[in-house]
Design a protein around this ligand. Sequence first.
Ligand SMILES: [Zn+2]
Length: 69
Amino acid sequence: MIDSKLYLVGIRKDTGEYEEEADACQLCKKMIINAGIKEVIIKNKEGYRTIDVEDWVKNDDLLEGKITY
Ligand SMILES: [Zn+2]
C-alpha cells in the first residue's frame, strides 16, 4: 500500500446526506500512516478534499493532547 490513495465517504444515517466533517479517527490515522498510504481523499457535498498523510505525521493530534473520536 506504499504511496497509495484511500477514499473515504461518510453518509449521515439521519438525513442520507454526505457528512461534511467526515474524517479519519486517531486510530485509523495511525493505521493509514503505518500502511504507507500517501493521500486520503474525502468526499463531501461539494466534491472532494485531499489530505496529504504526511501532514498527520507532522501534526500529530495526540502529541498536542487532542482527543478526537
Ligand atoms: Zn477510525
